[in-house]
Design a protein around this ligand. Structure first.
Ligand code: SAH
Length: 215
């Protein structure tokens, strides 16, 4: 257990702080989430490596730095609610759950959603609602959100997601082709939107009505 905690601290120091993320709330949340429980036991030795890892069904858990950067860009306050599109392993949802009041997370692959739900319940996260379905259209019934995070690559920014942000709300989303994307942040303002570009990245496809068609 000591080794695992040391590996997690090394990950934070060398992969996240070293790349410029100094947001203490985010760093603290990442320190508290046991990333190794979100990957298969056979990948235990790689759980804190500087890359994404397979989680089954052709999907991946994001690289730790990418999860940290996206979380930082959401700027979540403790009274706020966030929508995550792409539950995957549930790792990102667990980080978000430590930072805000409520997390709604949507996954299109039922077995992944169920596995993530079981794990988060087992390790004591009670402020997360799991939904199975196409999240590319968001989840209007709980809108408006203070933040929306899309953890799969989209061909464009779905306007329908921007509409579900409250004024001042942040949407963090990788946009590009199926091989490489740019991480973008869209902030909803009174006069329209503010669009910012961050790093290049590579995510699995966002598949659905406002994403790609399944291959
Ligand atoms: N946030 C995850 C990483 C998930 S990988 C983690 O921390 O582990 C991206 C996930 O998005 C995959 O599980 C994929 O099935 C899911 N996905 C793709 N398109 C989707 C859609 N339209 N709605 C919901 N989930 C989607």
């Amino acid at each position: 257990m000591k080794d695992i905690e040391a590996a997690r601290q090394r990950m934070i120091d060398r992969q996240i702080i070293a790349r410029g993320i100094r947001d203490n709330r985010v760093l603290e949340a990442i320190r508290e989430v046991p990333r190794h429980l979100f990957v298969d036991e056979s990948l235990l030795d790689e759980a804190y490596d500087d890359n994404p890892l397979p989680i089954g069904e052709g999907q991946t858990i994001s690289q730790p730095y990418m999860a940290a950067l996206m979380t930082h860009l959401l700027e979540l306050g403790e009274d706020q609610q966030v929508l995550e599109i792409g539950t995957g392993s549930g790792y990102q949802a667990a980080i978000l759950a430590r930072l805000c009041r409520w997390v709604y997370t949507i996954e299109r692959i039922k077995v992944l959603s169920e596995k993530a739900h079981d794990l988060l319940e087992r390790i004591g996260y009670a402020n997360v609602t799991f939904i199975v379905g196409d999240g590319s259209a968001g989840w209007p019934s709980h809108a408006p959100y203070d933040g929306i995070i899309v953890t799969a690559g989209a061909p464009k920014v779905p306007e329908i997601l921007v509409d579900q942000l409250r004024m001042g709300g942040r949407l963090v989303i990788p946009v590009g082709d199926r091989f490489s994307q740019t991480l973008k942040r869209v902030i909803r303002t009174r006069t329209g939107i503010k669009l910012e570009n961050y790093t290049g990245c590579r995510f699995v496809d966002l598949i659905g009505k406002h994403g790609w068609t399944a291959l």
